[in-house]
Design a protein around this ligand. Structure first.
Ligand SMILES: Nc1ncnc2c1ncn2[C@@H]1O[C@H](COP(=O)(O)OP(=O)(O)O)[C@@H](O)[C@H]1O
Ligand SMILES: [Mg+2]
Length: 312
């Protein structure tokens, strides 16, 4: 009996870029412009390696080795950091920027390991192997003769903490190790075939990431909490819409930063998914939102605790 999971069982949804909604989601992410650019460039090269060769021919005609070294990096990027810091948002929407830059269609296959594969023994391993197999087949179809590609695939392995549970491989449960190995095999196989495919892994626990996985990453992007100016960008427009003055906006921005006895402030998602709704729902249904009350709510609200010391 074939028990391999089907495409629909594997991936929650499939996103195709370019897509206007994804473009907007990407644009809404604040304070990570450098990451957006780095990721777009890296993914763009996987789709279109000829671009780097053209660049080298023009600027560094003798730089064969270094250009090859760049192109031979495994197609893996790790996004790591606190919960609610924009990892999933960036991973899901960055394909839109790459699609527009390279003028190509990109399909994103997102799977989350937190909701999957924690059941039967061997399930996670099987899911990963099937997901990589699917990405491989899809990318093979898109590879064009001559090094270019008609399209590209991004496999998103989200909430990948299940792959990172132990620093010490020897302490790892046999089954966890098998999952890590399936992941590594999948990345290596895509790399060897030089397919227009990339893997983005998101984890809240970089410190516990398996060293063999980390070593393969072409890039590791660390996500932290918003600073004063990031929080101002996120809060300004919604609070202005509610009638706040500039000083009132600034007061809420300050109240959501680090405070007495706590060396961290609100996460991005604390602002968008907890604070702003709390302010609105406090006034609903028979009052308007007031700045004094909003400030009280912000001050009384605890930021989400840090997931892991040292990151975020
Ligand atoms: N850099 C950011 N700028 C603006 N909003 C953000 C940012 N990062 C996160 N958010 C908000 O937090 C929510 C959760 O982000 P998400 O990407 O799911 O976090 P993570 O995957 O890191 O846990 C987003 O939907 C968005 O509303
Ligand atoms: Mg996430």
């Amino acid at each position: 009996m074939d028990t391999r999971p089907s495409v629909n069982e594997l991936f929650e949804h499939r996103l195709t870029c370019p897509d206007f909604e994804l473009k907007e989601r990407l644009a809404r992410l604040v304070g990570i412009d450098g990451y957006k650019a780095r990721l777009t460039k890296m993914l763009g090269l996987l789709v279109n390696p000829a671009g780097l060769r053209t660049w080298a021919k023009r600027y560094h005609p003798r730089a064969n080795n270094v250009v090859n070294a760049v192109l031979e990096r495994p197609p893996l990027v790790i996004l790591a950091g606190d919960v609610g810091s924009g990892k999933t948002e960036l991973a899901e929407s960055i394909g839109d920027a790459v699609a527009r830059q390279e003028d190509i269609e990109i399909t994103l296959f997102p799977m989350s390991l937190s909701t999957r594969g924690q059941g039967r023994v061997g399930e996670m391993t099987q899911l990963l192997a099937a997901a990589f197999g699917h990405a491989f087949d899809e990318a093979s179809r898109l590879k064009a003769a001559g090094g270019g590609a008609r399209g590209a695939v991004i496999l998103l392995v989200d909430e990948a903490d299940a792959l990172t549970q132990s620093r010490e491989a020897t302490q790892m449960h046999h089954e966890d190790r098998a999952g890590v190995n399936a992941f590594i095999r999948g990345v290596d196989r895509l790399a060897r075939a030089r397919l227009p495919a990339a893997v983005i892994m998101c984890t809240n626990r970089l410190g516990a990431l398996d060293p063999a996985v980390r070593r393969r990453a072409a890039d590791v992007l660390l996500f932290g909490r918003p600073d004063d100016s990031d929080r101002h960008v996120v809060l300004r427009q919604p609070l202005k819409e509610l009638g706040f003055s500039d000083p009132e906006v600034h007061a809420v921005v300050a109240a959501t930063g680090a405070r007495e006895g706590l060396d961290y402030g609100f996460t991005f998602s604390d602002l968008t998914q907890r604070l702003l709704p709390a302010i609105v729902l406090d006034a609903y249904p028979d009052r308007s939102v007031g700045a004094t009350r909003a400030l009280e709510i912000a001050t009384a609200m605890e930021p989400t605790p840090r997931f892991e010391a040292g990151v975020g």
